[in-house]
Design a protein around this ligand. Structure first.
Ligand SMILES: [Zn+2]
Length: 306
């Protein structure tokens, strides 16, 4: 069902972009982009959620990501290869080593703009933390990505433990796609897994995809009170009003800016201009800076950016 919703989203988005493309023939796009210069350079944005690879119906080309990054002056984007998703016919469905080798090559080509997250496939017969370890140990990958929906496992399954142990060993965060309560990627399930590895920073990408925002906030709040896990929220596709609520309820230290680039294709970051404006207008300068880059610098150890 979630997959069909995603496809429906894609159709809606591409319908929208279709209109935009027609305009580009008249040169209006260049003009509108110029007029809507978001001035993000002063925000020193780190996008903790970006992709390379292919996903049928979406423009995730590396050139598309790079042109978005350059246009919006993103300081750094953290990429994972969505071809690691087990969705034959939709992605290339690559194994752990193949998917992450491509990520490695890509970040080596653009070291000033990109950093790598390793895509884990816990349900593969030959999936193993041993496949992921060299990327963390030898190649500077900054975290591990787990997608319970697209790789078909429950987030609290013991299959994830080896990968989270690896995160503990190399002191890097784990990022989980986080969806609705009760689904494979429900915030309560991710919390259950995170409690077994309380030193690992675990980031809930999307903070409850398609609307479980308050539930995701509540789970993180519970963990802060109980002091039994180290949880954070990522903002991709989230309702910005809930992002503000998250900062208020949990503190700015718990929220990190991510966008799922380039989900929206050629004009990906344009889709976030109102979102970022709302955060900028409603958060204190120091809280805004934490969300846009400070927390990422701390959790992923990007001290060189300070
Ligand atoms: Zn994503």
């Amino acid at each position: 069902m979630r997959y069909f919703l995603t496809v429906l989203f894609a159709i809606l988005i591409f319908g929208h972009l279709g209109v935009f493309t027609v305009c580009s023939n008249t040169g209006e796009v260049a003009q509108s982009q110029k007029n809507s210069d978001p001035g993000w350079s002063e925000y020193e944005v780190i996008d903790i959620h970006a992709h390379i690879g292919s996903f049928r119906g979406f423009d995730l080309k590396t050139e598309t990501l790079l042109s978005n990054i350059r246009r919006f002056n993103i300081r750094l984007a953290l990429i994972s290869n969505i071809d690691g998703a087990h969705l034959p016919g939709t992605t290339l469905n690559l194994d752990e080593n193949s998917a992450n080798q491509i990520t490695l090559q890509t970040v080596q080509e653009y070291p000033g703009l990109l950093r790598a997250l390793a895509w884990a496939r816990p349900t593969d017969p030959d999936g193993s933390p041993a496949n992921i370890e060299p990327f963390l140990r030898d190649h500077g990958f900054v975290g591990v990505k787990l997608h319970p929906e697209m790789n078909q496992f429950a987030a609290d399954d013991t299959l994830v433990d080896g990968y989270l142990e690896l995160c503990a060993k190399y002191e890097v965060p784990a990022v989980f796609h986080c969806g609705a309560v009760g689904s494979n990627s429900g915030p309560e399930k991710i919390y259950t897994a995170a409690k077994r590895h309380p030193t690992v920073a675990v980031i809930f990408y999307h903070m409850g995809f398609t609307g479980a925002y308050q539930q995701a906030i509540s789970v993180v709040k519970e963990s802060i009170v109980a002091k039994d896990a180290n949880l954070y929220l990522g903002t991709a596709q989230a309702d910005p009003h809930f992002v503000l609520a998250a900062v208020k309820e949990l503190g700015a230290d718990r929220v990190l800016f991510g966008t799922d680039a380039t989900y929206y294709g050629q004009n990906h970051y344009e889709e976030y201009t109102d979102f970022v404006k709302l955060l900028h207008e409603n958060l204190s300068e120091s809280d805004f800076a934490k969300v846009m880059h400070g927390n990422a610098i701390k959790l992923f150890r990007f001290e060189f950016l300070q």
